[in-house]
Design a protein around this ligand. Structure first.
Ligand code: ATP
Ligand code: MN
Length: 479
């Protein structure tokens, strides 16, 4: 058996009692031909391996270079160095894989920029920053299942390929096996999708919600957690073409129940991460503080990362209606001084600058905005009695903007059909969806949380490309 090793995270919990251990990892640095900082990815903290002078061949020591992989056996002794209680005094060092320092692209000494690290995303896992981010991303994913499992929700896998283009048709990626150079045509010149793989046109899913509703109206409470795809041609720090979404859907649930669950959910995820990734968060908090030192005073955050997370945990999210939000914007100094780039009036789809004003300047905490104009929201949202708004709710988070979008769903068949007609949603394609309203319809609600935006929020990363291992964005699908 090769792998009888102790993970560094476990080693660091032990007391130094001269015990023999075997550890394996990658070299982060090698000082004075004697002190190796070894990291195995289980924690950001490196363990110091001491190669006593004169004990090892010069030819071996030469091969201890950044990112070389080592198997080290030795005894655990108390450390005299500051910031570490123990170190490993090596009795044997084996180089498992060499790393040529002349060609190794990741030189940690000069703090590579996040932009550069995106170009070498295959190696960025080997930095402290991305080690911390991906361990936290894992914790969040685990916590999501934990949260819903503990509450009796059923994890539903909705299809990735769909033939329904009911939502945001313009933003979908098409899935086809038709020959692009010789497309089969109908008599009127349009493409004949009957000859395509599925006998109809198909796309990558933008959301599992409609299928989620089918399951929720029988199983009661379900959630999805899977990849979604949007061909949004916008290069922003908060949009990916491929991202992961969590979509709970609950029967017997109104808008208020929905908001309560979403707030509880977000707080649970934060609390769980703070409990399980203390060191990673502390590292990222420091990273963010260092980064913000480069910014002018008025662009810096008022709170550090940990403070911010604590604050979110300990305060109720502000809840306001869309109409109230517009009033606040119209009364704001920013509006009066013409600081907004986009117009503000009742009926607008709020832009990022408006959302950020509400969250970061006005309320200074997460805000849930409800009851949006029907015109700017999807056909399935429940119509309010005022005839103009729907029972929608978006959660806006500091530094991120929209993190959750949800609603109570229209459960009344006639209302839903009328709305679909108004919005040109083809009812015949969605016959299966409408069946939920024909047979035992119930009030029900759900929301979608963008996983990478949640990762951004918890890690303090300002660009969503740093919250997923291999980001897909316009003109970029490397790795
Ligand atoms: P936005 O206005 O920010 O584009 P949206 O209104 O299109 O968001 P929804 O369709 O409500 O978003 O999707 C639910 C959630 O999925 C959003 O609240 C957000 O967290 C996330 N999300 C949406 N689009 C993207 C994207 N392109 N990349 C990453 N996350 C996204
Ligand atoms: Mn969008």
């Amino acid at each position: 058996m090769f792998n009888k090793r102790l993970k560094i995270k476990e080693l660091l919990k032990q007391e130094a009692e001269n015990q023999q251990v075997t550890i394996m990892g990658w070299v982060r640095s090698f000082r004075n031909n004697q002190f190796i900082a070894l990291n195995d990815g289980s924690t950001n903290t490196n363990v110091q391996v001491v190669a006593e002078l004169g004990k090892f061949e010069e030819s071996l020591l030469k091969r201890i270079t950044p990112s070389a992989s080592l198997k080290v056996t030795g005894s655990v002794i108390p450390s005299l160095g500051k910031g570490q209680k123990l170190e490993v005094k090596a009795t044997s060092i084996e180089v498992l894989g060499d790393s040529d320092p002349e060609t190794y692209p990741l030189q940690l000494k000069n703090r590579p920029s996040l932009e550069y690290l995106r170009e070498i995303a295959h190696l960025r896992f080997r930095t402290n920053t991305f080690g911390a981010i991906f361990r936290i991303r894992h914790t969040l994913a685990f916590a999501i299942h934990r949260f819903f499992n503990d509450r009796g929700f059923v994890y539903l896998h909705t299809p990735i390929i769909t033939a329904s283009d009911a939502e945001g048709a313009g933003e979908m990626f098409r899935v086809t096996t038709l020959p692009l150079e010789n497309l089969p045509k109908n008599e009127d010149g349009t493409i004949n999708f009957k000859e395509d793989f599925f006998g109809r046109s198909a796309n990558l899913t933008v959301s599992g919600q409609l299928e989620g509703e089918l399951a929720a109206t029988a199983l009661g409470e379900i959630y999805t957690f899977g990849p979604t795809f949007r061909a949004e041609n916008s290069n922003t720090p908060r949009h990916l073409a491929e991202f992961w979404m969590i979509e709970p859907e609950m029967a017997f649930c109104d808008l208020e129940d929905n908001m309560n669950l979403a707030e509880e959910f977000i707080k649970f995820l934060i609390r769980y991460t703070m409990e399980h990734n203390h060191d990673d968060l502390a590292f990222l908090a420091q990273r963010l503080a260092d980064e913000e030192k480069q910014l002018p005073q008025d662009k810096r955050s008022e709170m550090g990362l940990i403070e911010k997370l604590d604050f979110v945990l300990n305060n109720a999210f502000e809840r306001i209606t869309y109409t109230e939000a517009i009033d606040i914007l119209l009364q704001s100094p920013a509006y009066k001084k013409k600081k907004f780039q986009y117009p503000v009036e009742w009926g607008i789809d709020m832009q990022s600058e408006h959302e950020r004003y509400l969250v970061e300047k006005h309320f200074k905490k997460p805000v849930i905005v409800t009851n949006y104009p029907a015109k700017i929201k999807a056909f399935y949202m429940r119509q309010n009695d005022d005839g103009k708004t729907v029972a929608a709710m978006d959660i806006l988070a500091p530094g991120i903007g929209e993190i959750v979008g949800g609603s109570q769903r229209e459960e009344r068949l006639e209302r839903l059909e009328q709305r679909m007609k108004e919005m040109n949603v083809p009812a015949e394609d969605l016959w299966w969806y409408l069946d939920t309203r024909r047979f035992g319809s119930v009030p029900h609600s759900g929301f979608g949380l963008g996983f990478e935006r949640m990762v951004q929020f918890v890690t303090g990363m300002t660009n969503i490309r740093d919250a997923i291992a291999f980001p897909r964005t316009p003109n970029n699908a490397e790795f």
